[in-house]
Design a protein around this ligand. Sequence first.
Ligand SMILES: C[S@@+](CC[C@H](N)C(=O)[O-])C[C@H]1O[C@@H](n2cnc3c(N)ncnc32)[C@H](O)[C@@H]1O
Length: 282
Amino acid sequence: MTTLPDGPNQGQAQYWNADNGAIWVRLQPVLDAMFQPIADEVVRLGFPGEGGRVLDIGCGAGGVTLAMARQVGPAGGCLGVDISAPLVEAATARAKAEGLASARFALGDAQTFAFEAAAFDAAVSRFGVMFFDDPAAAFGNIRRAVRPGGRLAFAAWRGPDENPFMTTGARIARTFNPDLRRYEPDAPGQFGLAREARILEVLSAAGWSDIETQAWDAPGVLPESQLASFVTQVGATGETFRMLPEAQRAEAAQAIVAAYAPFVREGAARFDMACWLVTAKA
Ligand SMILES: C[S@@+](CC[C@H](N)C(=O)[O-])C[C@H]1O[C@@H](n2cnc3c(N)ncnc32)[C@H](O)[C@@H]1O
């Protein structure tokens, strides 16, 4: 049995160490393919140059950590930190399989992790920074790990209304049970940093400067063969679907997949991933 890290984010620790961690491990190739344009942008914005030392926050199965480690080369390195033991194990196995010694991983809560001060030239994240109980404390802890003048670059989802692909399934699941939990602005979760003002407020409170936000719609493509599995398992749609009682799930899954028909063309679901790209200086 895995011992969860102690600390404030116990709800998310449990969530990412139970079903959801297993789902993200299982769907890693699908998720990495879909989020590839976002990995490319995060690595481009956060790249500190060859030989640089980078921290990847909420690294999951390590897609961005590995990409950054390849870029900085053997003289540098990238450390991925994540609160989920199954995801850290999967990421470690991928680095080993690739023989990429400059990618390392640690299990822990980025909000409280005892990072060495000023040990990194940059901190990056693809969708791993929206889950903190206390985002200002977490981004403060991350800032202290980055050397003065070093950079922060991350991607976070914009709001649910701008991301219908991520929320259509949840909307349909609620027609089966209107009491299912709804999105709460600013609450830890997929849309925890959806409000631009919130990002600016949190990063300023955490002592980051030169904060810049850019609204960016990344092209999303998901093979039609993966659609049913994705929308009943991942993110807000999967989470809401899984709250339905077992007896309603088969019918709900059918209705959910049918509701995604408008996204499908030429064998794939095609959609925009409405994100914030955020950069700042320590
Ligand atoms: C949406 S996934 C993104 C994973 C990965 N960055 C990617 O793009 O594939 C969010 C990740 O953040 C991690 N996470 C959530 N809260 C965390 C925390 N307090 N500290 C470290 N990791 C956390 C989760 O375990 C999960 O792996």
